[in-house]
Each structure stands twice: as structure tokens, then as C-alpha cells.
Design a protein around this ligand. Structure first.
Ligand code: FAD
Length: 463
């Protein structure tokens, strides 16, 4: 009888433990992706994410076809869809790689129990995180809430396993099962088509992910530590959406970086100083991704609730819709903020340093609740994920794990001076910045900062 492999945030054929285990069983393999917009608590994908998903599913289908099978597309509440596919195919096993969000975990656990009660072999595998969130614990047995000791603990845990190879051609005779046409899911924008900039910037899929990684290791790793905070320089890996969708696994990235001993850039090359510090720094960034999932695993409502409950006392003023719109559209009159928000709209991404600055500006100068900004990023980022996005928003807002102290309010003008000293980044996205056309800032940076600090005083006394 066939094995069903349920693909979720792991749209790849290599280093896919569930697919490899299914291949080893020797029976026909039915690969399925379920677009689930019905299950309670599962957060609907944002627009940029839907765009990415379309391309990624096409690429995955090509990858599976090369292995002699195909990708079955189904839409609906996932538990119902998978159970119906079991009936249609007569499958006696269902395999998947684990998910770590609250509602997804609940769904998977219930389904696993129900299928096992029906006598199926149901297995879940570790495929998307280097360190399973429950395995890294403090001396007291509690989850970590500060990154540095967390990452130290990860680095002294057993090293992440080596990636698995792409399986050989899968057993044929896949039962003939119906699949939706991808186009009917309408994941791509139609009118208006806002995705031109995304198409220019990104190629979803496993092959493109590995190309990015190789290019990064060859050309940028050595200078990564020096240049990663400069938004005008193409210094980072841009792997985040590929990791978000699991087109490349963190195990593949980890070992490729660790095993790299080759030519480098100006930072020293050939295993020189730049490459060594670049490598450690880059792995630590993967560590932040792990940490965000660790925190989400232990606080599943991270996107909706302050991780530090005393922040519930923050007196957010009444929302000013015009200010919010100016932020979203990159018309705040603060150049680095406007550059970042336009980059986001145009490309579905934004440089990490500028994400921090724009998020700080929204929460600490416009005094708009971080959840509203998080939602905008959720809708517009191609890498938006259930852990990293709320985790980082709360980190900037001060309400999160290992967050910057509340009184540290970024001054966006000083940030621009420091990280975009020649203005190259701002000029790329806000070419009118030096003309009369460019507006005055919509808020007074000093006054709004003072108001934020007054709000945080309320938080402090609620502690
Ligand atoms: P690189 O510098 O090449 O880093 C390598 C990888 O490490 C990234 O691909 C990413 O997977 C991981 N990483 C790096 N920094 C972080 C971080 N701070 N938190 C978690 N993982 C990190 N990242 C997302 O993947 N999804 C999000 O939804 C997201 N939302 C964010 C919201 C805000 C307000 C902020 C400040 C940051 C957010 N980030 C998010 C983190 C970070 O900005 C991006 O991961 C990074 O810009 C991606 O570019 P890169 O792949 O070139 O990163």
C-alpha cells in the first residue's frame, strides 16, 4: 500500500526526512500539499507569501516529477483532506516533517492519533529546525528567554545531523489521484499585478536556493561580518524566504557553511579571519531563526500577545489611520523609513537593519501597536513566518524575549548616518529625497520619543 508524504513548510526533495523514509519503505509514494484556509487558528498566508508559494509548488512538482512521481494539490481543512486521501489511495502510512506553531501542532497531533487508531503507520520527522525546541533547556529545565546563553547551549549540544541526499527514483505505480490545478488556487495577484518587483528579485524553488547559498559562500561570507548591517551593500545571503518555505533545509545551510574552506572576498579569503568571523556570525543568524521558533514553541500566541505581560499596560494612543498609511506607503518624510517601506512593497523583502528602524519608528515614534506593523509585514514579506516576524517585532517593541530595553529608541536619522553613510540606499528607493517634493517628517522625532518613554513608564510601574 502507498505511503503519503504530506509536504508543508518543506517544499524540497533533498534533505527531506519524511520523503526519504517513504522512499525507503519501497511502496508507491503519494506526495501532497494542502492549502488549508479552514482549520481553526491556522493563520491565512499574506499576499507576498501566496505569490512565493505558487512558484515554490511549481518547482517542487518539477522536482518530484524528476523522481518519477508528482505533487497532488488539495485544498481544505488539512485533517479532512489527508483522511480522505488515505481512503482514496488505500495508503497504510503517512509521513511528514514537524511544524512548530501552536495550531499546526494541535492539528498534527490530533490527526496522528486518529490515523494511528485506524492502524496506519504515522511518523513525523525533524526537518526544519537544527535543534528541536524542547531539547534545548536551561539548567533549571526551563526554556531560554535570552539568546546568548541559548545559542551557547545549542553549540554545545550534539552537532546537527548531516543532510540527507535526494532519494532515488521513487517506486512507480502511484495510484491515480485527483489534484487541483494550481491556477485555480489564485495565489498570484491579478489586477493590480503588484508582483513585478518580486519576479525581478526572486526565483522560488530548491535550485535557486542552492544557487544563492553557493554564491553567498563564494562571494560574501568573508565580508559578511563587516557588511551585513549596510543596506546598500548586497552582503547577506537572502536565503530567508527559501528557508521559510523549506526549499533548502537549515541542515544543508549549516553544513555547507561549516565545511566551507575556500576562496573568499576581501575579508581574508581561504579560511582567513574574515571568513572565520563571517562564518560564526552567519551561523549565529541561523541561531536567531532557531531562537524565534524556540520562543514561539513555548509561547504559541506570540503574534497576538505581549511576551512580557507587563506591556499590556502600554497606553497605545488611538490609531491614526493616515499615519499608518504613510508608513505603509513610504511617505513618512523620514528617508530611511520611507526607503525601507518602499523596498518592502517593491521586492517583498527589506534589509534587516532597516526592518529594525522601520519597526522602531512605527512603535516608538508613531506610537502604533506592534501587532499592526507585524500584520503589514506578514502580508508583504516573502519570508514572513509565524515565529521570526512576531518575535522580531516584539524584540523591537521591547515587549519580547531578549528585547532591547524599552528606553532604547532608535533615532532613524542617526541610524541612516551610521549604516547608510553615503545615502546610497536612501537614494535608490527615495530618489526625490533632496527635492522640494519630499515631505517634512509626519511626526516630531523628539516629541514622539518622549511620548513613547512616558508610555513605557506605565509599563515599568505595572511590572
Ligand atoms: P542573512 O543575514 O543572510 O541571515 C541568514 C539567515 O538567518 C536568514 O535567512 C534568516 O533565516 C536568519 N535570520 C537572520 N536574522 C534573523 C533574525 N533577526 N530573526 C530570525 N532569523 C534571522 N526573518 C524572517 O525570516 N521572517 C520574518 O518574517 C522576519 N520578520 C522580521 C521582522 C522584523 C521587524 C525584523 C527586525 C526582522 C525580521 N526578520 C524576519 C529577520 C531578518 O530581518 C531576516 O531574516 C533577514 O533580513 C533575511 O535576510 P537574509 O536571508 O539575507 O539574512
Amino acid at each position: 500500500a502507498p505511503t503519503i508524504v504530506w509536504f508543508r513548510d518543506d517544499l524540497r526533495v533533498g534533505d527531506h526526512p519524511a520523503l526519504s523514509a517513504a522512499a525507503e519503505r519501497g511502496a508507491p509514494v503519494v506526495c501532497v500539499y494542502v492549502l488549508d484556509e479552514e482549520s481553526p487558528g491556522v493563520r491565512p498566508l499574506g499576499g507576498a507569501a501566496r505569490w512565493w508559494l505558487h512558484g515554490s509548488l511549481e518547482a517542487l512538482r518539477r522536482g518530484l516529477e524528476a523522481l518519477g512521481t508528482t505533487l497532488v494539490l488539495r485544498r481544505g481543512a488539512a485533517d479532512r483532506v489527508i483522511r480522505s486521501l488515505v481512503e482514496e489511495t488505500g495508503a497504510d502510512a503517512v509521513f511528514w516533517n514537524r511544524r512548530y506553531g501552536g495550531p499546526e501542532r494541535d492539528l498534527d497531533t490530533e490527526l496522528k492519533t486518529a490515523l494511528a487508531e485506524d492502524g496506519l503507520d504515522v511518523k513525523s520527522f525533524a526537518g526544519n529546525l537544527l535543534f528541536e525546541p524542547w531539547t534545548i533547556r536551561t539548567g533549571q529545565g526551563t526554556p531560554y528567554s535570552v539568546f546568548t546563553p541559548y545559542w551557547r547551549a545549542c553549540l554545545s549540544a550534539p552537532e546537527p545531523r548531516h543532510p540527507l541526499a535526494v532519494p532515488d527514483v521513487l517506486e512507480a505505480h502511484v495510484p491515480d489521484v485527483a489534484s487541483d490545478e494550481l491556477a485555480t488556487w489564485r495565489l498570484l495577484p491579478t489586477r493590480p499585478d503588484w508582483a513585478a518587483g518580486l519576479r525581478e528579485m526572486w526565483t522560488p524553488g530548491r535550485a535557486a536556493a542552492h544557487d544563492r547559498l553557493e554564491e553567498f559562500l563564494d562571494e560574501r561570507l568573508a565580508d559578511y561580518d563587516d557588511d551585513r548591517d549596510r543596506p546598500s551593500i548586497d552582503a547577506t545571503s537572502r536565503l530567508s524566504p527559501h528557508l521559510r518555505w523549506g526549499e533548502i533545509s537549515p541542515f544543508e545551510v549549516w553544513h555547507a557553511v561549516r565545511e566551507r574552506r575556500s576562496t573568499g572576498g576581501a575579508g581574508g579569503g581561504a579560511g582567513g579571519r574574515g571568513e572565520t568571523t563571517g562564518r560564526a556570525r552567519f551561523l549565529a543568524e541561523l541561531g536567531w531563526r532557531e531562537f524565534a521558533w524556540h520562543v514561539l514553541f513555548h509561547a504559541p500566541d506570540l503574534a497576538t500577545r505581549n511576551w512580557r505581560p507587563e506591556f499590556d499596560a502600554f497606553p497605545w494612543p488611538r490609531l491614526h489611520p493616515a499615519a499608518l498609511r504613510a508608513w505603509e506607503e513610504g511617505r513618512t518624510g523620514v528617508p530611511i523609513v520611507d526607503a525601507g517601506m518602499r523596498e518592502l512593497w517593491h521586492t517583498g523583502s527589506m534589509h534587516n537593519r532597516v526592518r529594525m528602524v522601520t519597526a522602531s519608528f512605527l512603535t516608538k515614534n508613531l506610537l502604533i501597536d506592534w501587532r499592526i506593523g507585524e500584520q503589514w509585514f506578514w502580508d508583504t514579506l516573502v519570508d514572513a513566518d509565524a515565529a521570526s516576524n512576531p518575535f522580531n517585532w516584539q524584540w523591537v517593541a521591547g515587549s519580547g524575549a531578549d528585547a532591547a530595553p524599552y528606553f532604547r529608541v532608535f533615532n532613524p536619522l542617526l541610524q541612516a548616518k551610521k549604516f547608510d553613510p553615503d545615502g546610497a540606499y536612501v537614494h535608490r528607493w527615495v530618489p526625490e529625497v533632496d527635492t522640494e517634493e519630499y515631505p517634512e517628517p509626519i511626526v516630531d522625532l523628539g516629541e514622539s520619543r518622549a511620548a513613547a518613554l512616558a508610555g513605557y513608564a506605565a509599563v515599568k510601574s505595572a511590572r
